[in-house]
Design a binder for this molecule. Structure first.
Ligand SMILES: Nc1ncnc2c1ncn2[C@@H]1O[C@H](COP(=O)(O)OP(=O)(O)OP(=O)(O)O)[C@@H](O)[C@H]1O
Length: 322
């Protein structure tokens, strides 16, 4: 599905070519800091995103992802650090800068009384070179609901509309904050195709997600945030380095579950065949697995995403959008 402009306006000269041809830096963050009361939510965070890249920011609840992203979007102030988004400081980015970014936030916008088509058309008017609203509605799979009022949509349909509203301005840089929450598997896969199509047209994408499969499928690079800093970054397939990807061989011997990490699993299997196989020649419960992105991620953040990682928001320190 191609999303075309409603006007003959050509793409901006700065728009990168697909495939990551020499482009500039879309996002540049150094030493970012943000404190809420006594809580240091962002604590010296560094991040760079090249034009045309899809970067997934991962991290447990309360790690500082949303705070960081909202600072980049210009919706939240910062206490310190250097931030450039499409070459500008979000604090001083004006209307023209804002029109170059798209935001799919966690909280839906409220256009409950409009139909889906009206809502997308309405939002398109805020942008100088919007996509065809009907094509966008189609791209997110909402054509059958185009004449339905927003308030009547299901949660997942509402989320798709959020995505439509975020992309109708044909942003150069798109922020996707947990975009597929509530999507059924089919819608999620369609959405992934859409994200790839956007990237192919040169859009830079910053994605935050708790869905490791989504990050692995979509991202060129992932950045893992913990306690307000990036603790690891790299392509999803090699995050954590070769050490983190050493295969794990597990088996049961004499009724006891055993496992061993080894770079030479075949040699270990030969040894086990001689020493741990039962009378039938089989090694009980034998499995050889290579750590997934999820395994590496959990190792990096110190265990499953849990309440332990999340601290309650301190009351009385709410900060309004900057
Ligand atoms: N407006 C606020 N007022 C006070 N504390 C806040 C505010 N927003 C966030 N915090 C705190 O800052 C820390 C980082 O929160 P943030 O929402 O950035 O994390 P997150 O990584 O996006 O989490 P999640 O995955 O749950 O969305 C948390 O401890 C949170 O409680």
């Amino acid at each position: 599905m191609e999303i075309t402009s409603t006007t003959a306006t050509p793409q901006p000269a700065t728009r990168p070519r697909p495939g990551g041809a020499p482009g500039g830096t879309a996002v540049h963050v150094r030493g970012l800091r943000k404190r809420y009361g006594t809580k240091q939510a962002v604590d010296g965070l560094d991040l760079d995103i090249d034009e045309g890249e899809i970067v997934a920011v991962l991290g447990p609840n309360g790690a500082g992802k949303t705070t960081t992203v909202e600072i980049l979007e210009g919706f939240r102030s910062r206490d310190g650090g250097e931030v450039r988004v499409l070459g500008e400081d979000p604090v001083t980015g004006g209307h023209a800068w804002r029109a170059r970014i798209g935001v799919v936030a966690q909280d839906s916008r409220d256009q409950a009384e409009l139909t889906v088509a009206e809502s997308v058309r309405h939002t398109a008017r805020y942008y100088p070179r919007p996509a065809d609203p009907d094509a966008v509605v189609d791209a997110v799979g909402l054509t059958p609901k185009a004449r339905v009022r927003v308030r009547s949509l299901s949660g997942g349909q509402r989320r798709r509309l959020d995505v439509a509203l975020g992309i109708v301005g044909r942003p150069e840089l798109l922020f996707l904050d947990e975009p597929t929450t509530g999507f059924d598997p089919h819608a999620r896969r369609d959405f992934w195709d859409l994200v790839h199509a956007l990237r192919a047209s040169g859009t830079t994408i910053l994605l935050t997600t708790h869905d490791l499969a989504e990050a692995a499928y979509l991202a060129d690079r992932v950045a893992v945030v913990r306690d307000g800093v990036v603790v690891a970054e790299g392509p999803p397939g090699s995050l954590g380095g070769p050490e983190a990807r050493v295969p794990l061989v597990s088996w049961t011997q004499d009724g006891v579950a055993r496992s061993e990490r080894t770079t030479t699993p075949t040699a270990l299997l030969s040894r086990l065949a001689a020493t741990a196989a039962g009378p039938d020649g089989e090694i009980a419960d034998l499995r050889v697995t290579r750590p997934t992105l999820e395994d590496v991620y959990l190792e990096l953040v110190g265990g499953p995403e849990s309440a332990a990682a999340e601290d309650a928001r301190p009351t009385g320190t709410q900060e309004d959008a900057a």
